[in-house]
Design a protein around this ligand. Structure first.
Ligand code: FES
Length: 99
């Protein structure tokens, strides 16, 4: 990828975040100085990229309304709405919305 490639933008918690086409969401966040985007449930410790290869699930974000997406393996796209995870809000149980 050349440095002359046009930059695109996603939005992270409402803030524009430029990225280079081909980057993952995690790479785009890190390249813009955002190294933590969720906290642990028990002690509130910051979490972001750890393994960087989709194994540890430390990097979860909500992407266009889809919760628990791994930022490190999810490609960045222009206009994406990326939200930091809120571990204090439990995920709905499957089928709970139907009841
Ligand atoms: S950093 Fe480990 S799954 Fe994303």
């Amino acid at each position: 990828m050349s440095p002359t490639d046009p930059r695109a933008e996603l939005r992270f918690d409402g803030t524009p975040v430029p990225f280079v086409p081909g980057q993952s969401i995690g790479a785009a966040l890190m390249a813009n100085g955002i190294s933590s985007w969720r906290t642990t449930r028990v002690e509130g410790r910051p979490r972001g990229l750890f393994c960087g290869i989709g194994v540890c699930f430390d990097c979860l974000v909500t992407v266009d309304g889809q919760r628990s997406q791994r930022a490190c393996v999810t490609p960045a796209h222009p206009g994406q709405d990326v939200r930091s995870a809120d571990p204090s809000t439990p995920l709905p149980l499957p089928g709970a919305a139907d009841e």
